[in-house]
Design a binder for this molecule. Structure first.
Ligand SMILES: [Zn+2]
Ligand SMILES: [Zn+2]
Length: 145
């Protein structure tokens, strides 16, 4: 049986690899057995598990990975889900047609109609086929002037 030689050292458990290690009293607040463990832990700390709104799959996202327009967290596991998400399209549609949005001017609606007219030859072309991305571009165009 090993006896603790120095009574100024304490046994700690590494928060990352859960190995036991001895820390001197001076370093009693040490949380990791090695620098490598600290780096790994820190790397992991910056990630969080999120659930995809479209397919329900869990995915990892960097905590500071925010949408550069909305400042919101990622909501989808992949570009695929992002694109096909009805939820997002609905949100965007609500956003662009809501009167609460001061930016949602007649101008945006007109600009969307114009694009539709150019692209599909019909300014009342079904909204369903206007992707979230296209709506976003209209929004950005509107923001820039
Ligand atoms: Zn460790
Ligand atoms: Zn997904």
């Amino acid at each position: 049986m090993r006896k603790t030689r120095k009574f100024d050292s304490i046994e700690k458990e590494c928060e990352w690899c859960h190995n036991k290690f001895e820390a001197t009293w001076k370093y009693r607040k040490q949380r990791f057995c090695s620098k490598q463990c600290m780096y790994d832990w820190r790397k992991n700390e910056n990630w969080e598990k999120l659930e995809c709104l479209e397919c329900g799959k869990k995915f990892k996202s960097r905590k500071n990975d925010r949408n550069w327009v909305s400042g919101k967290k990622r909501m989808f596991c992949s570009q695929e889900c992002n694109r096909s998400s009805e939820y997002k399209k609905d949100k965007l549609r609500q956003f662009f047609t809501s009167n609460k949005n001061p930016r949602c001017s007649v101008k945006v609606k007109n600009s969307i109609s114009q694009t539709k007219l150019k692209k599909y030859g019909d300014k009342n072309y079904n909204n369903h086929y206007l992707t979230g991305m296209e709506l976003m571009f209209h929004f950005l165009e509107n923001q820039m002037d």
